[in-house]
Design a protein around this ligand. Structure first.
Ligand SMILES: *Cc1c(COP(=O)(O)O)cnc(C)c1O
Length: 369
């Protein structure tokens, strides 16, 4: 049996970075967010490809993630969103990582442990997740003037009309205009969504993540990931017979069914299965799901789409392949026809979750095309 194969197109990744670079002016640097092992796609290869494309600044979530990024990018700048915890002092020093300090306590800890080493600062402009509050920030004006970067993060950038975007922008100006003017400290507010909101949001640096990997809200992005799953067994199911746990799918006509080796333990989240029967309610085994009623997640053989049927098991899914002339050896769950976002829509989630869920589970192959 062939193994499942996740193919990462590094050429598409590079073009997505370049596309965002084109959207921003020459005075705005396009950095790259490579947290969570580059959204599950493998930080070493992703970082190397982005370096080739022109990126020179990288962001990770935690200091440990900086180790691999430093190895892949010996002379680039690497920021850590979560700030500084004193247990990470050696990690920061050895890998020349720069924290985005989030509070007066983190700032003090950094200066005590690391002396005059470079730091950036993250400000809370309304998301209430990480960062200095306005009054806290005002109280450390002198240290802000010595930082290398001031960032904040937008809560609703994927909704251009959301009032919080303008509020956070105004708050970021209020908090940082003086120090930017007096000390020339560079600023960054936008991730992928903010980059698309226009030049008011670009400042000196933008920090896209998901857009690089082919996900919304960067709708012009090229898909980066293809996921191909091996077929383990095929069978003929008669009208009236059911498939899978809970007998949640029932054939109304003779149906050819393929069982594929991938399930929720591999990141093919359970919500993708049998969408018409609400999983939270007791299953009515008498209820019939015809092909038309079956969920809209498809598995592809070249251009032919075959519906996933029944529930997602821990390491298997089942697919109606009646429309195929011959049994396939493998089928694609993610490809140009079915993007991470389309799949996410079917599972009531977002592309980020699909990508990080499947990305880290599979043997990855990297291509440039
Ligand atoms: C994850 C993250 C980003 C990147 O966000 P995308 O929506 O993936 O572009 C940027 N900045 C911060 C602070 C983040 O946590």
């Amino acid at each position: 049996m062939a193994a499942a194969q996740l193919t990462v197109n590094l050429g598409a990744l590079q073009r997505n970075w370049s596309g965002l670079n084109t959207l921003t002016g020459p005075s705005t640097e396009v950095a790259a967010v490579v947290k969570a092992d580059a959204y599950g796609l493998g930080a070493p290869k992703v970082v190397a490809a982005l370096l080739d494309a022109g990126a020179t600044t990288f962001f990770v979530a935690a200091a440990e993630e900086g180790i691999e990024v430093r190895r892949a990018a010996p002379s680039s700048t690497i920021y850590v969103f979560s700030g500084f915890m004193q247990t990470d002092a050696a990690l920061y020093a050895e890998n020349e990582l720069i924290p985005l300090l989030n509070s007066p306590a983190q700032l003090q800890g950094w200066q005590t442990d690391m002396g005059s080493k470079t730091y950036g600062m993250q400000l809370d402009t309304g998301m209430n997740r990480l960062g200095f509050e306005p009054d806290e920030f005002a109280s450390v004006h002198a240290q802000a003037a010595k930082s290398s970067l001031l960032i904040s993060h937008l809560a609703c950038a994927d909704e251009p009309e959301h009032a919080l975007n303008q509020q956070q922008l105004a708050c970021f100006h209020t908090m940082t205009d003086a120090v930017a003017r007096e000390a020339g400290i560079p600023r960054s507010l936008a991730a992928t969504g903010g980059t698309l909101l226009g030049s008011d949001f670009h400042f000196d640096m933008v920090r896209p993540g998901i857009g690089l990997y082919g996900g919304l809200p960067y709708s012009a992005a090229e898909p980066v990931v293809t996921l191909s799953l091996p077929v383990i067994q095929t069978r003929e199911v008669q009208a009236g017979e059911s498939v899978g746990y809970g007998a949640a799918w029932r054939a109304v006509a003779p149906t050819r069914v393929a069982t594929l080796a991938a399930g929720y333990a591999d990141g093919v989240i359970r919500q993708l299965g049998n969408r018409q029967l609400d999983n939270r309610q007791p299953v009515n085994a008498n209820r019939e799901n015809s092909g038309l009623l079956s969920n809209s997640v498809q598995l592809y053989v070249n251009d032919t789409a075959c519906p996933m049927i029944g529930r997602v098991s821990m390491d298997m899914i089942t697919v109606d392949i009646t429309s195929l002339e011959k049994d396939p050896l493998s089928m694609e769950l993610l490809n140009k026809q079915q993007s991470v976002d389309l799949l996410a829509t079917n599972a009531d989630t977002i592309g980020y979750e699909i990508l990080t869920a499947v990305g880290s589970r599979y043997q990855r192959e990297y291509v440039f095309s």
